[in-house]
Write a protein that binds this ligand. Sequence first.
Ligand code: SAJ
Length: 437
Amino acid sequence: MKKICVMGLGYIGMPTASILATHGFKVLGVDVNPKIIEAVCNGNTPIAEPGLETLLKTAINSGNLRVTLQPEPSDIFIIAVPTPITTEKKADLQFVKKAAENIVPFLSTGNLVILESTCPPNTTRELLVPWLEQSGLKAGQEFFVVYCPERVLPGQILKELIENSHIIGGIDTSSAEAAKRLYSHFVEGKIYLTDATTAEMVKIMENVYRDVNIALVNELGIICAKLGVNVWEVIELANFHPRVNLHRPGPGVGGHCIPVDPWFIVEKFPQEARIITLSRTINDAMPSYVVKQLCKILRQIVVNNVKLKITILGVSYKGNVDDTRGSPALSIIQALRDENMDLAIYDPHVRDFPYKLSSLTEALYDSDCALVLADHDEFRFLHPQQFRELMRHHLVFDTCNCLKHELWHSSGFDIYLLGAGMEYHDKVECGEKQEED
Ligand code: SAJ
């Protein structure tokens, strides 16, 4: 059975290594962070992803998965390391370079190297191949190289790793075919073969598509709010059209992919990438729009500069994940602190956060307004009665449209909704009446 070395045990590397090990491969998981290695050796996973802990334990117990700080000679090397952006919005490829350099001493004839990290176009051909050829071996002749982007959704990683289609971009046909043989062992979706640069563009364009579409609805939400109509209702009705698929507005675009990857195109094509750049600007401005709207809502209760307490519900970058990287909540919290507001933060998923987290009761006690920033499933079932008893004022600003607004309204709350204007709280009841009709 082939031996596979997975470089990087993060959100992609860890699940990939576990899946390969449970499909009979001998897998060595490598990470530069000793804490990750220690956690895995103790049977823990530092990543909260449904099903991963069990799968990882099965993989380790089978004897097919080992984890360590240094690679070893292997048949296949998979690079799944982060590719962030610098403060100047340029791709930071230092981790890919380091992983390639670590592989070089162990690379031998017939090996296959797979890059899965999201990278700017031409990274595989122009950077990875020369870095690997430091071994003295010739890519395409003595070893194989492909770019095979990870395209799985955090929260559904295990399912999507197996069920999604895979795009394999080879530096040549033999490389692509070699990678196809590997992925065929566990991928149930279709496998498409192409060249490396096309595969790089596929990956970036998928995330650009999402970013541009989110910017579009965020812009439409701001317009609808001014117009006094509810963007969520407009979207729902427009999406009945067979060729329309409007996304969801929100407090901003977070995570480590969608706010990052579009810059990989902008960096290389600044003149041409106009919609892409504008979309990034629109989405990045959403947190400050949320803060402005919140300040408008609070005007009705401000008396003599009394410090207001805001309860923040949800700080992860999206619903049902524990990940707060790039979360819009971070800049919203900072801006509200600058506005001299007292903040209490509750998130049932998040454990590590730069600001203090509270229990729900603690967060609601004497609060003037609840601000929903992530659409966790738990929030849909929150009961307004508990909020009523604990809060000083009964205001809620839902930026994700995840509460049952009629219920909150009938429990005496003034509900405000992102993309629906300041008068929305008067209309919630009307919406209820219309439904009854
Ligand atoms: N968001 C909106 N409105 C929407 C959808 C998302 O405001 O309609 C926000 C979310 O709240 C979040 C951000 O966008 O803050 C990103 O969330 P997401 O669910 O769109 O994406 P990620 O970052 O969790 O995962 C994306 C996925 N890409 C696509 O769906 C095209 C995933 O498949 C990729 O593998 C992943 O990026 C990646 O690693 O690149």
